[in-house]
Design a protein around this ligand. Structure first.
Ligand code: KIV
Length: 272
């Protein structure tokens, strides 16, 4: 049950409060204006302009080729569509790793040029200086641990993280360090449910899970995965709430056949 006044734009204070009240946080990715309008109308709490757009929108194999310009372009479109959701822009590969100063300059562009209200970046202790630099300049940061796709070549594949004791301990330490550095929330991707639960109970900021079980304070999915419009790779944690590809194929085949056999456009769709 919702305990919030949701007529205004969600702020990071609303999101943090949801952890305290026990109301689950909902987050979906969005990459364009029309999807943003639709998801915002459904009253989603957070829209993440994920660098997963590299896979589902731009057709790359990984998120590594995604640039600042790609992310700004799509964040601007999403921001034009949403009135109520908190808009979080994903910082692309190499936009925050080089130095905390570069991280701050790039994070600032998302708020100044693209109308986002927060940024997200991947990594733990190694990125905590960047998180501190950005948050202490007044820009909210969502952190991201577990499977961090920008490190795919180091991780060696899309697999569950934190299964071994030392890896689980490091993730727990990283979560605390990121909270300390000022992050307002933490995405946990592909993490065993018990570890996600322990992390969620050990920090005061909300956790948002993707493949991290039921005990996170919120959940996120890639919108194309949950609507069934991206079929190239479907991880185990994705629940398909619709199979829109089937609907789209049906509609397009219908259109092609009506154009070919001259039943479209009919009188109703033509001018006298
Ligand atoms: O880029 C993205 O969409 C993400 C989510 C999967 C959390 O980082």
């Amino acid at each position: 049950m919702s305990t919030q006044n949701k007529t205004h734009r969600r702020t990071i204070l609303d999101i943090k409060k949801m952890k305290d009240t026990g109301e689950k946080i909902t987050m979906l990715t969005a990459y364009d204006y029309s999807m943003s309008l639709l998801l915002d109308e459904c009253d989603i709490d957070i829209l993440l302009v994920g660098d997963s757009l590299g896979n589902v929108v731009l057709g790359y194999d990984t998120t590594l080729p995604v640039t600042m310009e790609d992310m700004l372009h799509h964040t601007k479109a999403v921001a034009r569509g949403a009135q109520r959701a908190l808009i979080v822009a994903d910082m692309p590969f190499m936009s925050y790793q080089v130095s905390p100063q570069a991280a701050l300059a790039n994070a600032g562009r998302f708020l100044q040029e693209a109308n986002a209200q927060a940024v997200k970046l991947e990594g733990g202790k190694e990125q905590s200086d960047a998180v501190y630099k950005i948050t202490s300049s007044g820009i909210p940061v969502m952190a991201h641990l577990g499977l961090t796709p920008q490190s795919i070549h180091q991780i060696g594949g899309y697999k569950v993280q934190g299964k071994k004791e030392d890896a689980a301990e490091k993730m727990m330490d990283d979560a605390r360090i990121l909270e300390e550095a000022g992050a307002f929330s933490l995405v946990l991707e592909c993490v065993p449910g018990k570890l996600a639960q322990d992390i969620t109970q050990s920090i005061s900021i909300p956790t948002i899970g993707i493949g991290a079980g039921i005990h996170c304070n919120g959940q996120v999915l890639v919108v194309n995965d949950m609507l069934g419009t991206y079929e190239r790779m479907t991880p185990k944690f994705v629940k398909k709430y619709a199979n829109l590809n089937q609907e789209i194929r049906k509609a397009v085949k219908n259109y092609i056949s009506e154009v070919k056999n001259e039943t479209f456009p009919d009188a109703e769709h033509s001018f006298k």
